[in-house]
Design a protein around this ligand. Structure first.
Ligand code: NAD
Length: 319
């Protein structure tokens, strides 16, 4: 079924574990999807989630939700990929590359066979390597294959900076770029409140620019997944909210600047790799990868991320 601007907006979710189900719940409450199809290897799990979500429809928006199979991806504006093993207490995200890469070899060709026109949004970890795999395995143009990337890390960073500076996180501009993982890079040189750099903001408001406290904020940002997993076993609310933000920017053609993982080509020697930079996200997917002007140490950090991701990507069997 070709995409029809007049038809109901369909969103497919492949992998209905904690992240996929929470995303579907957030999507239902947004009213942005008229049809939500849930696909899972464990069919009962998808059916149970579809039933439970359908029971919430009277409190939300008219939405058709069902447990389906790959042919139901046809016509979906966006297919969200969250299938795969999650990170355990002692795993790094990169430990999952081969296991989840094999799952993507199964599911990505099935999705695009039935839906060559939609957008793929990948959240499965390691998200940068798997978004790259999804791009290569799908044969889709890179603007239509997006990884959630550091949208989550950036949200964590802004939430903690908001507490530190006692302002709404939405009033803070500060990005995390690079790998969604241990080598991610905080872009301190561009961080601002009301257009003022953080040191200038502090100087103007009688605050100390406490570099040790800010370094600690970054450490908690980078290690947040481990800190949450140690306590509750998994993370899903914030990532689902971040995925919703990407989906909203696409479906409403908002052209919002979001830090997401996309194909980076010819950027300061970084090439043919998925990692996060701020991107303009709209109806076509990645409308623009922003060529950030970075400080030397930030660029060095980004190169480190790119090297780690090249190595991870090389472990994928992409045929
Ligand atoms: P989960 O174990 O709760 O759910 C995964 C689901 O995938 C399971 O229900 C499983 O049945 C299903 N699945 C496995 N193989 C499948 C296949 N071949 N086809 C269809 N379904 C299949 O895990 P979760 O907590 O929901 O995490 C899912 C993924 O999201 C993990 O890789 C996790 O690391 C990742 N994650 C990413 C972010 C991010 O910021 N990108 C944040 C949190 C979690």
């Amino acid at each position: 079924m070709p995409e029809s601007p007049a038809g109901p907006v369909r969103v497919a979710v492949v992998g209905t574990g904690s992240v996929g189900a929470t995303f579907a719940y957030a999507l239902l409450f947004s009213g942005l999807g008229a049809e939500i199809v849930l696909i899972n290897r464990d069919r009962d799990k998808a059916e149970g989630e579809a039933m439970d979500l359908t029971h919430a429809v009277p409190f939300t928006y008219p939405t058709r939700i069902w447990a389906g199979d790959y042919p139901d991806c046809a016509g979906a504006a966006i297919t969200v990929l969250t299938a795969g093993a999650a990170q355990g207490d002692n795993d790094s995200r990169l430990d999952l590359v081969e296991k989840n890469g094999a799952i993507f070899q199964e599911i990505v060709p099935e999705v695009v066979r039935h839906n060559p026109d939609g957008i793929l949004l990948v959240a499965t970890n390691p998200v940068d390597a798997l978004a790259y795999a999804a791009w290569r395995l799908s044969g889709l143009p890179p603007e239509r294959v997006i990884g959630s990337g550091t949208i989550l890390d950036t949200a964590r960073f802004r939430a903690l900076l908001g507490e530190h500076f006692r302002v709404d996180p939405n009033s803070i501009y500060a990005d995390i770029i690079g790998e969604h993982g241990d080598s991610e890079v905080p872009v301190w040189s561009r961080a601002s409140i009301a257009g003022m750099s953080l040191p200038a903001y502090c100087a103007a408001h009688g605050m100390t620019h406490d570099e040790a406290a800010l370094a600690e904020i970054f450490r908690h940002t980078r290690d947040a997944a481990k800190e949450v997993v140690e306590r509750k076993g998994a993370t899903y609310y914030a990532v689902a909210a971040g995925m919703m933000r990407i989906v909203e920017a696409i479906l409403r053609d908002q052209r919002t600047v979001l830090p997401v993982s996309s194909l980076v080509q010819d950027y300061h020697g970084i090439d043919d790799i998925y990692l996060s930079l701020p991107c303009v996200v709209g109806r076509k997917g990645i409308e623009q990868v922003i060529r950030l002007d970075l400080g030397d140490d930030e660029l060095e950090g980004l190169h480190r991320s790119a090297a780690i991701l090249k190595e991870a990507t090389a472990k994928l069997d992409l045929g």
